[in-house]
Design a protein around this ligand. Structure first.
Ligand code: ZN
Length: 136
């Protein structure tokens, strides 16, 4: 067993989500519908707007707005220093596409609703890139 601690809990990678978790080299990828052009996240097998199965990952800008957040002081993960911000960010491309993430590279007291942020990837083992957000 490895003695190297994981910095964060990592997702289980499947055929349905690898486009998202392994997108760090190419930018943030979100599914887009070939029928109606709407984005959707996460993958649910078809487009939630029009029902089309023609959904494919597309690289987006990585720009977003903080729409909700909390400051966590609880050391849930021994190697993730507290406090840190858990946030919902809304992607620039479509207002109902929201990601749960952490806001990084910024004092926790500076995070606010409406703050403009951009994606930054944290590379983990197994070619996983965790999308985090920092001030834009
Ligand atoms: Zn659609």
């Amino acid at each position: 067993m490895s003695e190297a601690p994981l910095m964060r809990p990592l997702p289980v990678i499947t055929d349905m989500n690898s486009y998202f978790w392994r997108s760090g080299g190419e930018g943030l990828r979100i599914l887009r519908c070939g029928g109606c052009d709407r984005y959707s996240h996460p993958y649910v097998g078809r487009c939630p707007s029009c029902g089309s199965r023609d959904v494919k990952p597309q690289t987006v800008s990585g720009r977003a707005t903080v729409v909700g957040f909390t400051v966590n002081h609880q050391p849930w993960f021994p190697h993730v220093p507290v406090p840190y911000v858990i946030a919902y960010v809304e992607l620039e491309e479509q207002s109902d596409i929201r990601l749960a993430t952490n806001i990084v590279n910024c004092p926790v007291e500076d995070v606010a609703i409406g703050m403009k942020v951009k994606v930054v990837f944290e590379k983990q083992d197994d070619d996983i890139y965790i999308p985090l957000f920092e001030p834009a």
